[in-house]
Design a protein around this ligand. Sequence first.
Ligand SMILES: NC(=O)C1=CN([C@@H]2O[C@H](COP(=O)(O)OP(=O)(O)OC[C@H]3O[C@@H](n4cnc5c(N)ncnc54)[C@H](OP(=O)(O)O)[C@@H]3O)[C@@H](O)[C@H]2O)C=CC1
Ligand SMILES: Cc1cn([C@H]2C[C@H](O)[C@@H](COP(=O)(O)OP(=O)(O)O[C@H]3O[C@@H](C)C(=O)[C@@H](O)[C@H]3O)O2)c(=O)[nH]c1=O
Length: 298
Amino acid sequence: MILLLGHTGYIGSSFAQELHRRDLSFRGISRSEVDYTNRDSLISLIRESKADFLINAAGYSGKPNVDACEIHKSECLQANAVLPGMVRQACELTGIPWGHVSSGCIYTGRRDDGNGFRESDAPNFCFRTNHCSWYSGCKALGEECLVGTDNIYIWRMRIPFNQFDSPRNYLSKLIRYDRLLSADNSISHVDESVHACVESWTQRIPTGIYNVTNPGSITTEQVTALIQTHLLPDKKFKFFASETEFMNSAATTPRSNCILDSRKLLSTGIAMSAVEDAVISALKHWRSANHKKRLSIR
Ligand SMILES: NC(=O)C1=CN([C@@H]2O[C@H](COP(=O)(O)OP(=O)(O)OC[C@H]3O[C@@H](n4cnc5c(N)ncnc54)[C@H](OP(=O)(O)O)[C@@H]3O)[C@@H](O)[C@H]2O)C=CC1
Ligand SMILES: Cc1cn([C@H]2C[C@H](O)[C@@H](COP(=O)(O)OP(=O)(O)O[C@H]3O[C@@H](C)C(=O)[C@@H](O)[C@H]3O)O2)c(=O)[nH]c1=O
C-alpha cells in the first residue's frame, strides 16, 4: 500500500491518477484529514495503514507562480525544506522506502562544459551560491535534509506541461502571458514524468536522485512556434527584450532557466520521449479547461 502526501495538488493529483490507472493500492492523504506535517501523526499513519512505500508530492510551489513564495516565505520554507526532513525521520523510523518530488529549479543555466546538469552536480541556484529565488533556495535546502538517506528516490521535475489547459501548465502559461522570456529549458511532461517516477518504484531501480525531464532542452521560441503550428496558427507572441526587462515588469524573483541531463533515468531502462515530441503530443491532444472546446485566444 502506497501513501500519497499532497494528492490534492497539481503534481499529486497526477500521481493519484497514475496509481489508480495501474490499479495499485494507495491512499491519498490531505493535511485536513491527517496532519502529515506532524512527525508522530505521520508515523502512526504509516504504521496503521501498513504502507510499504510513501510518495511526498506535498510542497509549496506558489500561485500563480514562484513569485508568491517571496511573500509566503514561512509556508514555503516549512513545506519544501522542513517537511522533507520530517518525512525522512518518519520513514526511517518505520523502515519504509519513499519517493520525494523535488525540482530541477535548484540550477541555473548549464554546466561549464555545455552539457546539462547531472544528478551529482551541486546546485548552483540556492542559498549557498548566488542570488536565487526563495522557492529554489528552499527546494535545495529540502534536498540537503535528505543527504545520506537510504531507500529514497528524489525525483527532480521541471516546468510541468501536458495536454490539459490549466493555470499550472507551461503551455497554457505561454499562451496567456502578455510577454515571454526567451529561455532554454529542460521541461517535464507531467503524465510521462509521473509514470517514470512510479515505474522507478515498481521496477525497483536503484534508489537515489533522478532528473525526470524529457530528454533535451527547448527554447521559448521553439515552444511558441510549435503552438502556432499545432494549436493556434494566428496567435502572436511578444517577447521581453531582456531578462532585466522581464524582472522589471513581470517578475519579483529570478527564475531558474536551466538544462538537466536525464540520461541516468534512461540508463535504468525508463524512457521518456524527446522534449519536442512531448510538446507536440500535448498540443495535438490539447483539451481546453472544460475539456470540450479548444482554447480561445484573446
Ligand atoms: N508545479 C511545478 O511547477 C513543480 C512542482 N514541483 C514540486 O512538486 C510538489 C507539489 O507541487 P504542486 O503540485 O505544484 O503544488 P500544489 O500547490 O498544487 O499542491 C501541493 C500540495 O501540497 C500540500 N501541502 C502541504 N503543505 C503545504 C503548504 N504549506 N502549503 C501548500 N500546500 C501544502 C497540499 O495538500 P493538502 O493540503 O491536501 O495536504 C497541496 O495540495 C512541490 O514539492 C513542488 O516543489 C516540482 C517541479 C515543478
Ligand atoms: C511571469 C512570466 C514568466 N515567464 C516565463 C519564465 C519561465 O521561463 C516560465 C515559467 O515561469 P512561471 O513564473 O510561469 O513559473 P514558475 O513559478 O517559475 O515555475 C516553476 O515553478 C516551480 C514550482 C518549479 O518547481 C519549476 O519547475 C517551475 O515550474 O515562463 C514568461 O515568459 N512571462 C511571464 O510573464
